[in-house]
Structure formats: C-alpha cells, structure tokens
Design a protein around this ligand. Structure first.
Ligand SMILES: [Zn+2]
Length: 173
C-alpha cells in the first residue's frame, strides 16, 4: 500500500533569497510567468504600463484555477492602445486604476504573501526585448508584507478600470 503524502509534495522551484534578471532578453518575462504559475492563493499587481501578453495570460490562468488576482494600473492604461487592462477585466480579474499620483510608477507583483517581484521592469514586450531593465524576484515574507501594506494603501484610493475612448465628434443638430 502506497503511503504517498498527497498534497505534501512541494513543487516549488522558486529559490530562497533573491534572483535578478536583466533586460533586454534576460529572462525577466519567463521569471514572472514561472512565479505566477506557482501562485496558489493570491496575486496582487501594481503596474505602470502593462502590455505583456504572456504575463496577462498567466494572471488569467491563475484566476481560472481559483487564485484571487487584483491589478492596480496607472491611469494611462485607460487609453493605452495595447494595454492588457481590457483583457484582464474581461477575464474576471479585479482591475483598478490609481489616478492619485503624477505617475503610478510601481512595478510590483506579490504572490501568496511571500514572493515579491519588483524592479524597473515594466510588464511589457518592450521591457523584455528592447529596454535596459532589471527585475528582482525576492522570496521574503517580511519584505513582501511591507509591499503588501503599500499595495493596499493604493487600493484604497483606486477606482475600477473602465476604458476611455476618444469623445465622439459632436454632430450638428
Ligand atoms: Zn496610489
């Protein structure tokens, strides 16, 4: 009779400590996707510009397996042509806009209360392929809790995302 300890097997390959990835083409997007794929409970995101299809897709997949996902974006994402905001909102992800700052410039992903991803790396194709960026993947529940408190402070003054389209031309009556 097998004594397999179902559920006790850790599949985590997220290393302890800190990893760093340097763009362009330094594996930052892959690192983000891998971290998101490990999420089992909650993901919180803060982003300035968010256009990365693989990262958006990973968030949606996490949502579909029952992970609570919430995203706070800069107000520029209401009109940014390639923003992932519509895709996220349409896939049942709580998508908020923080318009309380000149720029909501944080780039942060918090996973399950212990994993923190941050750095200059925007969640965009350009950041992966063209820009000079850095991404830190930090496995540290204490530091993650500080970022989590800050995320919640921004959540308090954020509002639900709604796309803004250019005003229709005024027709003559
Ligand atoms: Zn804020």
């Amino acid at each position: 009779m097998s004594l397999a300890l179902a559920g006790c097997e850790r599949q985590s390959s997220i290393p302890l400590g800190v990893q760093v990835y340097f763009s362009p083409k330094g594996g930052a997007t892959e690192a983000v996707v891998e971290a998101l794929d490990h999420a089992t409970n909650r993901i919180r995101v803060q982003a300035y510009s968010f256009t990365s299809a693989p990262i958006a897709q990973s968030l949606v997949e996490a949502r579909r397996r029952g992970v609570k996902v919430a995203v706070i974006l800069d107000e520029s994402q209401r009109t940014e042509k390639y923003s992932a905001a519509d895709f996220l909102a349409h896939n049942d992800i709580r998508t908020l806009i923080d318009a309380q700052h000149a720029i909501a410039h944080n780039k942060v992903i918090l996973i399950d209360g212990y994993l923190l991803l941050t750095g200059s790396f925007n969640f965009t194709k350009a950041a992966e392929e063209k820009n000079a960026e850095n991404l830190l993947v930090i496995n540290d529940p204490v530091l993650a809790a500080k970022y989590d408190a800050n995320w919640q402070a921004h959540e308090q003054h954020s509002e639900p995302y709604a796309r803004e389209y250019p005003a229709p031309r005024q027709g003559r009556r």
